[in-house]
Design a protein around this ligand. Structure first.
Ligand SMILES: [Fe+2]
Length: 505
């Protein structure tokens, strides 16, 4: 714990050694703004989060502050710290600080650049006399295999009990990173919070120090989009904030599409709230353009967005999903997308290999543990709730609602697109292992029916466990699903580079 938080680091001025202290400082911001002038001193940063950078040698730190004064991020290799003290000439990265507007206070961010591989770093945010606690992160090799974790809908506050939702979310982070301490990215499926501008929910979301040690790759959900707090809490790299990537008003909502490359995976993150008025065509041209420019540098392409198009549950036949099942899959196949990571449905699904919106190989069996993509093959994953704040039950395919999303002939209770659909009312997360010759996707239980499990504790769901509660809950760390995905390769090159020899005509 000390390594994680450096709780014992002596502070020059105020004992601000714990995340709890940082959170209560944020609460002060929310209740009544304490300005630098009031306090007679500089601001103390709160709501600190480590974010993903444009590449494996960058990280982004974002935070809130009470004043618009000079703020920096200090970064040093942990080996250079002397009993927790930063060396004299520590490298600093200057911050961009902006007013939060109606939310009160300010938000800052800085990009930490030129990191070296296989190095443990310590960092803190603020200015002389007003430093945050010291946090630490590690870089690993900048090439080769790596693992990342994908989290669906923490949606803190959706059970009606922010503390319980926050406890479940913090426990999933703890359990998943204890099992996977070398995971390199925490990728969001969206819906960090229930109410976009409610800071008490953001504080609970940010409560775990894991979010200051491992980079969070934010994704905007429908619950995050209704205000500016999402983009004030998270600065993301290479972000295109042009009009088609907002759901509506850029002055009052958050949005943007962004991309980054991490160890041979090109991640493209879309604001799927932006849907109508040509936004889907704009998303597709964004994806096309990013792949055209950067796809050659990547072994794999992963798309991330909130609104699952092959939903297994409540949102299966939403009008936007019905339309997107027509709009997206052929383009994703043509562009050589390998994996699509989605949220919104608070239940787990893993698709068959889908090519141009159809099952690529009709003989692929439900729950197959090995699949070959072939040219144009894409696997779509929907993440279950990672916090336990809300679960949706699986729904039966209903062709009266969408004739194109009927039952799977091999497993009629499931939708035709999905190899696996699961809901047990327990928290899970998705682990993705990126290997030279395959992607391994696992859905892993991070909780049981016991607390913290807000929806179960509060009686929001009537049963818990496999088979609609008829079977005993499985232990933390057990697998809901595991599949090895073997990509299609054309002479060792990413087959889908536009104009490349493998480009699907
Ligand atoms: Fe959600």
């Amino acid at each position: 714990m000390k390594f994680e938080n450096w709780a014992g680091v002596p502070r020059r001025r105020v004992a601000m050694g714990t995340a709890a202290a940082a959170i209560s400082a944020t609460a002060v911001l929310g209740g009544g703004l304490t300005t630098a002038a009031d306090a007679g001193e500089g601001s103390t940063p709160t709501a600190i989060i480590l974010g993903v950078g444009a590449s494996e040698s960058q990280r982004v730190v974002s935070w809130y502050s009470s004043a618009h004064d000079h703020q920096v991020v200090e970064v040093a290799p942990t080996s250079k710290l002397d009993r927790g003290r930063f060396p004299k000439h520590t490298v600093t990265f200057s911050a961009t600080v902006a007013a939060n507007g109606v939310n009160g206070g300010y938000n800052g961010h800085a990009t930490i650049d030129s990191l070296k591989k296989n190095t443990a770093y310590s960092y803190r945010v603020g200015s002389e006399g007003n430093w945050s606690p010291t946090y630490a992160f590690k870089t690993q090799d900048f090439k080769g295999d790596f693992d990342f974790l994908f989290f669906g809908d923490p949606q803190i506050g959706s059970s009606g009990d922010v503390a319980k939702d926050g406890a479940g979310w913090a426990d999933t982070l703890k359990v998943s990173l204890a099992a996977n301490p070398k995971a390199e990215l925490l990728v969001s499926g969206g819906d960090q919070v229930e109410s976009a501008n409610t800071e008490t929910q953001w504080e609970a979301f940010l409560g775990s120090d894991k979010l200051r040690q491992y980079p969070w790759a934010a994704t905007i959900g429908n619950h995050d989009v209704g205000g500016k707090a999402y983009e004030q809490h998270f600065w993301t790299p290479n972000t295109d904030r042009s009009a088609p990537f907002y759901q509506g008003d850029a002055a009052t909502q958050s949005g943007g599409d962004y991309w980054y490359i991490y160890k041979g995976v090109l991640f493209i993150d879309l604001n799927s709230n932006a849907y109508a008025n040509g936004s889907d065509a704009a998303h597709l041209s964004y994806v096309t353009d990013v792949i055209k420019r950067h796809g050659a540098k990547a072994k794999y392409t992963a798309l991330v967005y909130h609104h699952s198009i092959y939903s297994p549950a409540d949102h299966a036949n939403d009008a936007d999903n019905q339309q997107r099942r027509q709009d997206f899959p052929a383009a994703f196949s043509r562009l050589g997308v390998d994996l699509v990571l989605q949220g919104h449905d608070h239940s787990y699904s893993r698709s068959y290999v889908i090519k141009n919106g159809k099952k690529a190989n009709p003989a692929e069996q439900p729950g197959a543990t090995q699949v070959a993509q072939g040219p144009g093959g894409v696997v779509y994953v929907t993440a279950n709730s990672s916090s336990g704040s809300k679960y949706y039950d699986l729904t039966a395919p209903d062709t009266t609602k969408d004739p194109n999303y009927g039952p799977d002939p091999l497993n009629p209770s499931h939708h035709w697109a999905n190899s696996v659909e699961n809901q047990e009312h327990v928290r899970t997360y998705v682990k993705i292992q990126v290997r030279e010759d395959k992607l391994i996707v696992q859905d892993i239980r991070s909780g049981t029916c016991a607390a913290p499990n807000a929806a179960v504790e509060l009686g929001k769901v009537p049963w818990c466990g496999p088979n609609s509660g008829a079977s005993a809950a499985q232990p933390v760390g057990s697998l809901v699903d595991k599949v090895q995905i073997h990509p299609y390769r054309d002479h060792g090159h990413h087959w889908a580079v536009p104009g490349g020899s493998g480009w699907l005509k």
